[in-house]
Write a protein that binds this ligand. Sequence first.
Ligand code: UD1
Ligand code: CA
Length: 457
Amino acid sequence: MVAIAILAAGKGTRMKSDLPKVLHSLGNRSLVERVLDTGATLNPERQIAIVGYRSELVREALGHRSVEFVEQTEQLGTGHAVQQLLPYLTDFQGDLLVLNGDVPLLRPETLQNLLKTHQDHQNAATILTAQLPNPKGYGRVFCDEAGYLTAIIEDRDCTPEQRQNCRVNAGIYCFRWPDLAAVLPKLTAENDQNEYYLTDAVNFLKPVMVMDVPDYQEIWGINDRRQLTNAYQILQTRIKTNWMLQGVTIVDPASVTIDDTVELQPNAVIEPQTHLRGNTKISAGCRIGPGSLIENSTIGENTTVLYSVVTDSTVASGTCVGPYAHLKAQASVGSGCRIGNFVEVKNSQIGDRTNVSHLSYIGDATLGQQVNVGAGTITVNYDGKYKHRTVIGDRTRIGSNCSLVAPLTIGSDVTTAAGSTIVEDLPNDCLAIARVKQVVKPGWRPKWLRQGATSAE
Ligand code: UD1
Ligand code: CA
């Protein structure tokens, strides 16, 4: 049985923000959400967030998750934070994993290894450590050759000689809870900071093992915005390296961002200045970018999206989107289509091999297959209060610069003349011309040019 406690009570003064530090976003999730998600991979019995500074905001942000909250009203140290769990875990006999809400780069494998080492050796505690090139500020960890702890000493309490030790305490621990519960009440705040140190509790326990994490970046904590940005870069490097090794071409990784929730298939090509966000899937053979933003969308095989924005939409295979197209609000575009320059598609379904190539607005519409929409056509979907739908049948050809005034149903195999304003439904197989007939007046001149007139009149 495993429970996870996440220390999330601190303010994070160096963020210079009213928002609690753990709620700052790192990519598409907050710091504490990332820590929770990593912890959740262990299938813990319970997840408990220890909250304090503006706890109402943290509770609200995590309200939809299966997390319990424990209040630490005054932040008197990491040991004090964990003491707050005592009334909540009275009957708990399992292991308690303690995570920091501001250490978001930990890999799930690292936590799994920590827990395994802890359980295999039946340790009272196992602590995650790393050997840092610059260990300044971290608690130093001393151990014997077998990896058993001899002492943890906070940086400020170290002798100059002890400070040379570059093995640091990551602040991530696995405890046999009944052992920890027995020593927590004994902590005192007799130190430089007058805080109750969780590290003191570790020093009371036996046996305690240390486990080095090979990639020390995993334990980096976030204290200021510069570190937040650094962490984002580290995450991005991890994500893009992974996809490149899986067969995705990323032409210029430095100018591309990809959320860790995005899925890509091999042989996709991601061109420069492209951003893939949220729940997005990019299929094999796609070419996305340069200059595209795809968010919560699925792009089928061999589709290209050039200088375009696609949000909350799907595009099937072999379709060309852009340049400068905008698909949004559950737009769905079929295969073999062309959605071209300056075309907006909103909440519409577009059938296979249909083209909307230039300067059009397609909103709240359903277009069949092999439809052709001429340049400058718009669906007039909004009457100022309500939105209405337009339906267009297969193989219909909408002439350039038509206004389709919804609600409107146009049959299949219809042609509408260029410049028509279509306000009534059209049956299958017809031509509709809805524009003023052209009038030609031979020899006509403006009044001021007619014979006898003077330019003064
Ligand atoms: C702690 C460790 C140190 C370790 C470092 C790693 C102790 C005494 N020291 O030091 O050995 O190298 O973490 O980052 O534990 N928090 C609360 N309530 C509190 C105090 C802190 O929730 O009363 C939270 C903070 O918001 C933060 C985390 O606990 O997320 C760590 O606290 P912090 O004061 O930053 O610990 P360090 O001094 O960095
Ligand atoms: Ca501190």
